[in-house]
Write a protein that binds this ligand. Structure first.
Ligand code: MG
Ligand code: MG
Length: 258
């Protein structure tokens, strides 16, 4: 069952998603060598609660924290811990909030200090793949057009698309139909209609696409142990041009001032 949102619901979704963007910026401000990932998680939880919302991932299917924090070869769903960030790491931060009964969901991969050229290129191109996918979220295109545009871009760069996890509809539930794969065939899948709200979230590996789940029961890791990047926006399908509800604006301000 797909829930198409009213304009009123979309404005509530926008508030939730802007809060996610501001939370990611607060976290991004603190990312540097020597920082414990659990400290980033606590900062995010406090910021979300201070803004009259609750963490969207905490206790979701038993997830123990506010943020998913995934370092280097960890793709997604990493659990915050006493692990300390090191110079040259990349860290993918995925954040969800629930406010006024609607979810926000967005993710950003940050460099820690100076990272190797091939790794910073992976971050740049994965973010670009997300932007390309987002531009395809317009009425009368199909789900496969989004996935195909992402896949084409990253495979042209020599990277690979993780298949096991996909984007999703979002609203009163964190994960709604339809699924939004980051791969696919042009012209295939359901037709996009105005008011459809989806999270588009390419998970892109520098090496091969294969992944496995770690023994903690959550963290997804690349088989070849090469790094992986993850960027995510929540967007509304509109007739002519997509409306992006989440934002990297606050994150970019922080990164530009570092
Ligand atoms: Mg997410
Ligand atoms: Mg998501």
């Amino acid at each position: 069952m797909i829930y198409y949102k009213t304009d009123e619901e979309i404005e509530l979704l926008r508030q939730s998603n802007v809060l996610v963007g501001r939370t990611l910026a607060e976290v991004g401000r603190r990312i540097k060598p020597g920082v414990e990932t659990l400290a980033l998680d606590k900062c995010a939880e406090q910021f979300i609660r201070d803004n009259n919302a609750v963490p969207g991932f905490l206790d979701y299917e038993g997830f123990p924290n506010t943020l998913c924090i995934s370092i280097n070869e960890e793709v997604v769903h990493g659990i915050p811990s006493k692990r300390v960030l090191k110079e040259g790491d990349i860290v993918s931060i995925d954040c969800g909030v629930l406010k006024n009964d609607f979810y926000g969901d967005s993710a950003f991969s940050f460099p820690v200090g100076e990272v190797k050229k091939d790794v910073s290129q992976l971050l740049f191109e994965t973010r670009k793949a997300l932007e390309i996918g987002v531009q395809n979220a317009v009425e009368n295109k199909r789900i496969g057009d989004i996935g195909n545009s992402i896949q084409s871009h990253v495979e042209n760069c020599g990277y690979s698309v993780v298949r096991e996890m996909v984007g999703h509809g979002i609203g009163r539930s964190l994960h709604e139909e339809p699924q939004v794969p980051n791969y696919g065939r042009r012209g295939h899948g359901i037709k996009l209609r105005e008011g459809l709200v989806i999270a588009i979230e390419p998970m892109i590996n520098l090496g091969k696409r294969n992944v496995y789940q770690a023994e903690d029961g959550w963290t997804i890791v690349t088989r070849d142990k090469k790094p992986s990047a993850h960027f995510e926006h929540t967007v509304v399908v509109r007739k002519r041009k997509v409306d992006v509800l989440s934002t990297f604006e606050y994150i970019d301000e922080v990164l530009n001032s570092k």
